[in-house]
Design a protein around this ligand. Structure first.
Ligand SMILES: C=C1C[C@]23C[C@@]1(O)CC[C@H]2[C@]1(C)CCC[C@@](C)(C(=O)O)[C@H]1[C@@H]3C(=O)O
Ligand SMILES: O=C(O)CCC(=O)C(=O)O
Ligand SMILES: [Fe+2]
Length: 382
């Protein structure tokens, strides 16, 4: 593989579930090409209705977690009210004084600069293999053939294993022992994200009037996804998107942005920007938690836009339950008619990876697909 390809070559159109062997070559999207191009390939051009427009800022609350983490009752009550208000509307809020070491977040963003700055042939050592979710991808050009997102991504899994090395081992086994330090930084970052996500789960439970340990226990043995998003500068940012409009299919997202604008949330009427706040973390509810709350909390539509001058990076930690846990709301508190059937995260994840490109209707489409499937799972009650 030429380490510095001279052009973006996109293979002929292919449907999502007819994924070709990645080894067949042909498709690369590399930021190394960009400074020399004045226009973007047609496959990256999005429909007019999806293109970025001039927008205002989202009024997303910043929840100070310091008092809650110290067990202060008044601060806890304020945090619970703040979370309830945000999750009952656009599902986004930011947290400050969250207990995650600020230097760890900056180190992780620094490791992203190091990885995505590698020659393409080195990045391709981590290339995502067909049927697998982990690895390096350019513009999802191995899965989609139009409306390609203007980004490179690196995704890997995180779960507590006996030796606490699952992420370190991923980096050293995929990229070599020279990447031991990078693996250690991301290992520690994922551990910190997991710890914070369980704190947020307590807050969410309390704000829903559910026993405060309910969701925490449900995610204790979580199998989460870490995704590094790298958005190169784009010669025609008004025609494309860094990440298309979607609701996260996962349960909870903890997003660390760098200081470059780009995250946008649809508040029901218009797109609004989520301005980066230094060292704060953006939290949003995903589809799986919307089902766990029987629709009380909203998984919200969001996207990422790019710009002509500056690269942008974001670190998205996606909390997910163990694959075989049945997703259903807690008995009693969130009563009323069930909005969604029982399902497992494994079923929803497989739907997004093999049958459906996650967008703003993923959970609705998944529910239809699930209930229409010929072999209903014995776990499922509707
Ligand atoms: C389960 C997942 C699928 C996507 C990553 C994630 O872990 C959560 C967000 C999903 C995604 C980012 C939504 C927009 C479309 C997508 C294809 C992307 O642009 O990356 C989605 C991810 C995916 O790899 O399918
Ligand atoms: O990069 C961002 O700000 C958002 C990315 C995102 O929504 C995602 O990866 O699910
Ligand atoms: Fe997202």
């Amino acid at each position: 593989m030429d380490c510095n390809p001279t052009s973006v070559v996109l293979r002929p159109s292919l449907a999502l579930d007819k994924e070709r062997e990645a080894g067949s070559g042909g498709v690369v999207f590399s930021s190394a090409l960009l400074p020399n191009q004045a226009t973007i390939p047609k496959a990256f051009i999005w429909p007019q209705c999806d293109r970025p427009t001039a927008i205002e800022e989202l009024d997303s609350p910043v929840v100070d977690l310091d008092g809650f983490l110290r067990g202060d009752e008044a601060s806890t009550a304020r945090a619970v009210d703040c979370v309830r208000a945000a999750c009952s509307t656009h599902g986004f809020f930011q947290v400050a004084n969250h207990g995650v070491d600020a230097s760890l977040g900056r180190d992780a963003l620094g490791c992203m600069d190091e990885f995505f700055g590698l020659p393409l042939c080195h990045k391709l050592r981590a290339r995502r293999k067909p049927g697998n979710m982990w690895g390096y991808v350019g513009a999802h050009a191995d899965r989609f053939s139009s409306e390609l997102p203007w980004k490179e991504t690196l995704s890997f899994g995180y779960h507590e294993a006996g030796d606490d090395r699952v992420v370190i081992d991923y980096f050293t086994s995929t990229l070599g022992n020279d990447f031991q330090r990078m693996g250690l930084v991301f290992q520690r970052y994922c551990e910190a994200m997991k710890k914070l996500s369980l704190v947020i789960m307590e807050l969410l439970a309390m704000s829903l009037g559910v026993d405060r340990t309910h969701y925490r226990d449900f995610f204790e043995d979580s199998r989460s996804i870490m995704r590094c998003n790298y958005y190169p500068p784009c010669p025609e940012p008004e025609l494309t998107l860094g990440t298309g409009p979607h609701c996260d299919p996962t349960s909870l997202t903890i997003l660390r942005q760098d200081q470059v604008d780009g995250l946008e949330v649809f508040d029901g009427n218009r797109w609004r920007s989520v301005r980066p706040i230094r060292d704060a973390l953006v939290i949003n509810i995903g589809d799986t938690f919307m089902a766990l709350s029987n629709g009380r909390y909203k998984s919200c539509l969001h996207r990422a836009v790019v710009n002509r001058r500056r690269q942008r990076k974001s670190l998205a930690f996606f909390l997910c339950p163990r694959e075989d846990r049945v997703v259903r709301p807690p008995p009693g508190e969130l009563g009323g008619a069930r909005l969604y059937p029982d399902f497992t995260w494994a079923e929803l994840l497989e739907f997004t990876q093999r049958h459906y490109r996650a967008d703003m209707k993923t959970l609705h489409s998944f529910t239809d697909w699930l209930l229409s499937s010929s072999s209903p799972s014995p776990l499922r009650s509707t």
